[in-house]
Write a protein that binds this ligand. Structure first.
Ligand SMILES: *Cc1c(COP(=O)(O)O)cnc(C)c1O
Length: 247
């Protein structure tokens, strides 16, 4: 197995930092769960390591993190290869172009940001070629202001497009429908968009009872996500520190 340059002072300092952050984050998740009568065992932290080096991923794995998120194919591909010896599940959480789908299908375990049928088909073909199966979450657009328009910033399907997309995933032989993902729009109370996401999820579960994943909540709004029933929170800055460039 490959190791980082043997115990440099910088590495051990980073390890101490990430260890404290992870402990704080777990306590925060536990408090959020307690305040709405849920068990923290129901919530998986996905560490979003975009714009962070593979050495951080390695430290997080040593600290017990098992789910890692990335949002750009080029960056993710390299990091996954550098961490191939680690027992990690890789979640692709960023907006995905169809021409990158085959690449993502070679290494991702879960693609959380599927929001259109052309992507469903491209991922299914890519997974078939790679001899793999992928878990899929449908990303729902939660922005009431610009939803569905060309100004859509963070991607996502309109809530009423979810049933057809879910069926397309079910029909794809190399994809498994896991559930839904949503990003709360900035500048408004996240309770409302996450409440909508929870409702859409409730309806999805009626026809697809296996689609139990609800990925909602980031560093700034994980409490609202957990209150709305999140099974997965996607945490970057609260765990890894502020990014110099936002992606
Ligand atoms: C970057 C990112 C996150 C993590 O964001 P933080 O605010 O740093 O926790 C979560 N989800 C998606 C889709 C992201 O792009």
């Amino acid at each position: 197995m490959t190791v980082d340059p043997p115990g440099t002072a910088a590495q051990s300092q980073r390890r101490a930092e990430l260890s404290v952050n992870l402990e704080r984050l777990r306590a925060r998740v536990a408090r959020a769960c307690a305040s709405v009568g849920r068990s923290p065992d129901e919530v998986t932290v996905v560490a979003v390591t975009k714009a962070r080096p593979a050495s951080d991923v390695r430290i997080l794995a040593e600290l017990g993190v098992r789910d890692v998120g990335e949002s750009r194919d080029q960056e993710a591909r390299v990091k996954v290869a550098a961490c191939a010896d680690l027992p990690l599940a890789w979640h692709f959480v960023g907006q995905l172009q169809r021409n990158k789908a085959a690449s993502v299908a070679r290494y991702a375990h879960v693609v959380q940001s599927v929001d259109r049928e052309s992507l469903v088909q491209a991922l299914d073909r890519g997974a078939a070629q790679a001899g793999r199966h992928l878990g899929v979450c449908l990303q729902v657009d939660l922005d009431p202001r610009i939803g569905g328009g060309q100004l859509r910033g963070r991607g996502g399907a309109m809530p009423d497009a979810v049933p057809a997309l879910a069926q397309a995933v079910e029909d794809a032989s190399h994809l498994e429908l896991l559930g839904l993902m949503g990003v709360a729009p900035q500048g408004i109370d996240p309770g409302e968009p996450f409440g909508l996401l929870g409702e859409v999820h409730g309806r999805l579960l009626e026809s697809h009872p296996g689609a139990t994943v609800l990925s909602a909540g980031m560093s700034g709004d994980l409490e609202a996500g957990i209150a709305a029933g999140a099974t997965h929170v996607r945490i970057g800055s609260a765990l890894l520190g502020a990014r110099s460039t936002l992606k």
